[in-house]
Design a protein around this ligand. Sequence first.
Ligand code: DX5
Ligand code: ZN
Length: 228
Amino acid sequence: MRDIKIAPSLLAADAAKLGEEVCRVEKAGAEWLHLDIMDGHFVPNLSYSAQVVKALRPLSNMFFDVHLMISEPQKYIDDFIDAGADLITVHTEAVKSTYKLREIADYLHSKNIKAGVSIKPKTSVEEVKDVLDVFDMLLIMTVEPGFGGQSYMADMEDKIKSAASIAHNEYKHLDIQVDGGISLKTVSHAASCGANIFVAGSAVFNASDTNAVVSELRRLASDAYTKR
Ligand code: DX5
Ligand code: ZN
């Protein structure tokens, strides 16, 4: 069984106290911290820069999972490596070339950083199938990227299933992450299709009892994943 991980998305945190918010989710037992980087071009919204990631790095031992929703991610990868990312995910729609995706994965691995590739809701798993041998994680967006607090798109579940079957049959190393609208209501659905890494922004940061939500997300995900 692949490890189940909960990755709170900092986008939903109180921006006036990011450091405290990072500590809040780490104390609640989250293993990963999901950092959404947006450029106002690849997605119609802006978030924070590598400088913010770097400032948060010394505060936490969590695995820093950087999700680049930016055009030409190649230009900024070194900044995020320098900031302390453990894994960097790029969008196939932003890179647009199998050759370049492979180059990015190889480059990240040469720097001892894990590599993720992401697909937006309108992109099929087939479109990235040929590069999954070099990536550590496939991120299947379950909302249109750009904003937190949107509703989970259940029609992405066929994609999760097909990615899980590819992972099971061909790429045993591949983690499958879902991002967007993951909550106590939806996490089991995504897990029962074979996702094992769960990004949750508003569900975690808007909860009054953070510890309870993180534990419950993990319990629901593990149960559904195991029973598949
Ligand atoms: C959306 C981002 C997500 C977002 C998730 O573009 O990639 O990580 O913050 O937020 P929720 O869990 O609130 O949908
Ligand atoms: Zn994200």
